[in-house]
Design a protein around this ligand. Sequence first.
Ligand code: BGC
Length: 431
Amino acid sequence: MKFRLKENLLLGTATAATQIEGGDVNNNWARFASEGKVDDGTSPTRANDHYNRFREDIDLMADMGLEIYRFGVEWSRIEPERGVYSDEALAHYREEIEYMISKGIRPLLTLHHFTNPLWFEDMGAWCNKDAANIFLSFVDKMLDTVGDIVDDYITINEPNVYVTNSLFYGIWPPEKKSIGALVSAFSNMTEAHIKAYELIHKKRKELGKSKEETLVSFANHLRVFEPKNEKNLWHKCAARLTEYLFQSAVTEAMMTGRCRFPVLKRRGVKRGKYYDFIGINYYTRSTCEGIADGVKEGSDINDLGWEIYHEGLIRLCEGLSCKYGREYPIFVTENGTCDNTDSFRSRFIYDQLKLISETDNRIERYYHWSFIDNFEWREGEAARFGIVHCNYETQTRTVKDSGRLYSAIIKNKGVTDEDYERFVMGSSYHK
Ligand code: BGC
């Protein structure tokens, strides 16, 4: 055995509704794509046609032995107009969740993952002062629909990535570059998360579920920030400042209600603990010499040029456990890499899981991003993150070698010498 999987670590995959479902034209990313703004000209209206093929996909997950699945629902399908709910969409999601449970896969439901219904987008989305309440009505409806069968929830995915790309760099819809908008969105998303946390617990209690049976948090995108030159004072300040503005302030606000710039305190937001697990999406390290991302010279990189730095996840987990409580389990709600030809993804999985298994940390669940190649936002279909290949023309699914290795790890509870030789040995990352 090359290594044994950490005891009690559950393995599965993560996806997001807009990135896999196809068909929905009523959300801001479908509109953005229809304006020709996705780099490769593709649109999430195609994606993996998962809305129609969810049984096939879940069957495949079950065949691969996946134990847990993080997925999202498309708000714009459920509430196509403000206050008007689609019975068809609600029934669809209930059926999909019942199906995965019947296959022995534990669902983790994401309520917001980057995409907004057009009606919400056109009223300013997360910058609208009523955003949190508007979101809460939708959350309430979801709980009425699936609250009895879903125990685990993520309110909002990566508020910092959403806000930075949509409202600071202006490279995602609605393409704004405004500090005021950034502050509003951070503040309203914090309010939305905290109130959704409370609402989900309240609704679950009404359904007779105990506090312990309900797990709610958010998926926090975290990076390690480091100065390009350790001895350069400006590089050091840039690293600390970027870290604070991009992630530390909003993490603290969402988790505890303690709001500091760029997050403002909204009415009704009280100090507390708004997490039942620590959810972390981890991809890379940022090497700083200014307020922008950089990549460490000579480091291993993926097909998008992101540094592959496995230790970063362990370092972040240690920091989070120390700050937010060692009693809380950590769920790696996303981790993965863009490898269009699947030439090093097996090594990536091997290296990351080995490190998780051999170091001291509270990680209890690992959701690999992603189950299947999917619509990768601005990069469209060009960037492949899946352990299952998708031929978008024919919608044929083919398990990649990395998917075979992942399955074998679950089955064998570790990596055998044979699997190491077959899948990992001989492969290397880009430089
Ligand atoms: C997002 C996913 C995305 C992945 C890879 C995360 O930031 O939550 O939607 O596909 O990164 O870029």
